[in-house]
Design a protein around this ligand. Structure first.
Ligand SMILES: CC(C)(COP(=O)(O)OP(=O)(O)OC[C@H]1O[C@@H](n2cnc3c(N)ncnc32)[C@H](O)[C@@H]1OP(=O)(O)O)[C@@H](O)C(=O)NCCC(=O)NCCS
Length: 198
């Protein structure tokens, strides 16, 4: 379960192809918890059987698309506990050129500032690659919408997405001026539970 308890500090780095097995595992575990009660349960139950296929997709992405940033957060002794993926904005893009495509943390590492720092670093990596405006899609039923609002994203529209045979509403949020929203340097106290006092 998400927790505010202190623990070891997170480290952040670009993903490498050797991370693919752990990324597939973390992704599936996070998906199964995040979308319980939102996505069709049959689809969620099928996720563990997709482990190998998803591992291959991660390897493929990390090998063939080095221009699309993938960052991981590591917490000892667990290793990778979350990741963020960026790239060109998918349609409809409302004039935004880049997208925070995916952001997932294991439940027990949420609400410790790791998501905020992964987002900051991912957005800065997109800016370094020449992108200018960043959007993110989030299922309207997912409380993570409030996380993006907390990080200063503006609501820019809605669309729909097919998941496991169901049609679900997605909310789009954007950072029209991401240089202003996300500092180039990490805050003086690096993200991680040991720096949090609440
Ligand atoms: C959404 C997610 C990436 C946020 O990362 P996190 O490390 O838990 O969030 P942080 O600790 O960095 O929180 C940053 C701020 O957002 C707030 N916040 C985070 N999640 C929130 C939520 N679900 N509801 C309300 N506020 C939230 C925090 O309280 C914090 O506010 P503060 O500035 O007042 O301290 C993470 O919770 C997660 O992986 N969730 C499940 C997967 C998911 O939904 N991903 C998004 C798919 S589009």
């Amino acid at each position: 379960m998400p927790t505010d308890e202190p623990g070891p500090r997170a480290r952040f780095r670009p993903a490498v192809p050797g991370d693919a097995p752990r990324l597939a595992d973390v992704h599936i575990r996070a998906l199964m918890v995040t979308y319980r009660g939102i996505d069709p349960q049959e689809w969620l139950d099928s996720l563990p059987s997709q482990l190998r296929e998803r591992e291959e997709r991660w390897t493929d992405r990390l090998t063939r698309l080095p221009e699309e940033p993938v960052l991981v957060a590591e917490v000892p002794p667990a290793g990778i506990v979350g990741f963020a993926v960026g790239g060109p904005a998918r349609k409809p893009s409302y004039g935004y050129d880049a997208e925070l495509i995916s952001l997932y943390l294991l439940p027990e590492h949420q609400r410790r500032g790791i998501g905020r720092e992964l987002t900051r670093q991912l957005v800065r990596a997109l800016l370094t690659r020449g992108f200018e405006r960043v959007l993110v899609r989030v299922l309207t039923a997912n409380p993570a919408r409030l996380f993006y609002e907390r990080l200063g994203a503006y609501p820019i529209g809605t669309t729909t997405v097919e998941v496991g045979g169901a049609t679900l509403e997605e909310s789009l949020y954007g950072w029209p001026d991401p240089r202003a929203s996300f500092a180039e340097e990490a805050p003086a106290e690096p993200a991680g539970p040991s720096s949090r006092t609440r």
